[in-house]
Ligand binder design. Sequence first.
Ligand code: C2E
Ligand code: MG
Ligand code: MG
Ligand code: MG
Length: 284
Amino acid sequence: QAKAAGRNLVKFFSAEMAERARLRLAMEAGLRTCVAQRELALAFQPCVDAAHGAIVGVEGLLRWTSPTLGAIPPGQFIPIAEDTRLIIPIGAWVIDEACRQMAAWRDQGLPALRTSINLSAIQLRDPGLIDTLRACLNAHGIAPELLELEITETVLMSNAENYLDVIRDIRKLGVKLSLDDFGTGYSSLSYLNRFPLDRLKIDQAFVRGMLDSATDLAVVKAIIELGHELGLRVVAEGVEREEEAQALCSIGCDELQGYLFGRPMPGAQLPQWCEDAGRLAAET
Ligand code: C2E
Ligand code: MG
Ligand code: MG
Ligand code: MG
C-alpha cells in the first residue's frame, strides 16, 4: 500500500511538473510575440513627498495580458524574460512607452513628473542600452533628468565592477538611478559610495514589519541614515497604513510609495488622480 501511495505521489508530482513545464513553454512563446502583438502595458504608481503628500514622481510597472494565458504578474514572467534574454526587446519597449507616456502627460499640461522604470541586470550588460535610452528620450522630446532607472541591489552585489562603466554612461546621459529593494541583499555596503546613485528604495518587507518588529524598524532607520549620509533621497515602498506613513515621516524618510497613496494605474488616469490628490491636500 505504501508503494502504491508512493507511485501516486510520483504521478502527482510529475503531473504537476509537466503542467509547470507546459506553462513555462507557453509563457516563453507568448513573451516572444508580446511586443509585436501589443500585449504589454505600463501601470503607474505615484510616489509622494513624505512631508507634504505632494506627488513627486511615478514608477512604471510592466503588465502583460496574454490572449491565451490571461494577466500574468511581472514576478512570474520577468524571470523567464531574463532567462531567454527577451527582456532586452521587452525592456526597450518599456523605455519607449515610459517616454511616450511622459510626452502625452506633458502635452496634456501636466507638470513634469519624474518617471522611473525597472531595469534587469541583463539590460545593464546589453551594449545597446545607452543608444536605446538616447533614442527613446530624443524621439519623445523628454529631458533625461526626468527619467529614472531602478536597479536592484543584487545587480551590484556580484561583480559590481562590471557595471561601473554602464552606470557612469547612464549618468553622463543625465538619466537618474535608484537602488530598488534595498536592504535584502547580503552585500557589503562598500560599493554604495562608488556608484553614482540618486535614490535608495527601502524594501517593502521592512516597511511591512516596522510597526511590530524592533529589528525591522532599526533597519529602516539605518537605511535612512545611511542614505542621507551618502547624499541620497530615501523612498519607502509598500506603504499601506497611515501609521506606517507617520512613522516613516517622523524618522526622516523623504518619499513614500504604496497602496495607501495610490495603486498602479493606467497612465491615462494619472492627471485625474493628481487633480483629486491636490484637492484632498488643499482641503486638509
Ligand atoms: P518593484 O520594482 O519593487 O515594484 C514594487 C511592487 O510592489 C509592484 O509590484 C507594486 O505593484 C507593488 N506594490 C506597490 N505598493 C504596494 C503596497 O502598498 N503593498 C503591496 N503589497 N505591494 C505594493 P508588481 O507591479 O507586481 O512588480 C513586481 C516586480 O516586478 C517589481 O518590483 C520589479 O522588480 C519587477 N518589474 C515590474 N516591471 C518591470 C519592468 O518593466 N522591468 C523589469 N526588469 N522588472 C519589472
Ligand atoms: Mg521598482
Ligand atoms: Mg522595490
Ligand atoms: Mg521587487
